[in-house]
Design a protein around this ligand. Structure first.
Ligand code: AP5
Length: 217
């Protein structure tokens, strides 16, 4: 299975990917996670991406397409779920072309739909572990010890792009550049629109309903 997971910032893409990976054994590829790892390692790619990410803009297509193409090459037999990529129509076309070269295609697209007030509440309250990448929320998903990661005890941080001001820009960027990707896929692929405003377990049940049907075909 090759799945694309689309949705606004804070729609819960990373949260649902963890559940999808656990159920179907797919490889999870998050363009945002890869970029943050490159930044933490101080690589040239990470430095190039930094200003775009901190302002809520997209990193240029040529950089992202190259980065994701090399990650996608390592796809295991079970398949993969793409999180945060493609994010422009140009990226979607480049992905389709590179899959087609190997006789492959995207099997399904999950589109998580969420309202703006929910996005602000989720992102301004998100806290992450700088060591293992675990994600928490100050209200919805608290760690056992306040401010510390359950896995390794590291001090939790707030992502630099989770301020109200940058989230506003990220939502604008999403509407302008990423929403058209949904229409692009609706022309030739199966797109499942999922209401992602409810709690994470409820959203997961909607996701599984669609993917289970796909697996059993
Ligand atoms: P990226 O890291 O991909 O950020 P994003 O798309 O804005 O998504 P987020 O990671 O913020 O949110 P999410 O939907 O995964 O939500 P999560 O599950 O964590 O990209 C960051 C930047 O990198 C971009 O702005 C851009 O600059 C660059 N970039 C990345 N990919 C690129 C590309 N392809 N092209 C160009 N540039 C690119 O949940 C959020 C919070 O809500 C958590 O606290 C969670 O616990 C909580 N939560 C989740 N679901 C629920 C629920 N159902 N109910 C209650 N709480 C919930």
């Amino acid at each position: 299975m090759r799945i694309v997971l689309l949705g606004a910032p804070g729609a819960g893409k990373g949260t649902q990917c963890k559940r999808i990976v656990a159920r179907y054994g797919l490889m999870h590829l998050s363009s945002g996670d890869i970029l943050r790892q490159e930044r933490a390692a101080g690589t040239e790619l990470g430095q190039k991406a930094q200003n775009y990410m901190d302002s809520g803009a997209l990193v240029p297509d040529d950089i992202i397409v190259k980065m994701m193409a090399s990650a996608i090459k390592k796809t295991p037999e079970a398949g993969l779920i793409l999180d945060g990529f493609p994010r422009t129509v140009n990226q979607a076309v480049a992905l389709d072309e590179s899959l087609a070269c190997n006789g492959r295609r995207i099997d399904a697209v999950l589109n998580l739909r969420v309202d703006d007030p929910v996005v602000f509440e989720r992102l301004t309250g998100r806290r992450s572990c700088p060591q293992c990448g675990a994600v928490y929320h100050v209200k919805n998903l608290k760690p056992k010890v306040d401010g510390r990661c359950d896995n390794d005890g590291a001090e939790l941080i707030q992502r630099s792009d989770d301020s109200r001001e940058v989230v506003t820009n990220r939502l604008k960027t999403y509407r302008l550049q990423t929403k058209p990707v949904v229409d692009y896929y609706k022309k030739n692929n199966t797109v499942y629109d999922i209401d992602a405003n409810e709690d994470a377990d409820h959203v997961a049940s909607l996701v599984f309903e669609n993917l289970d049907a796909l697996v059993s075909v």
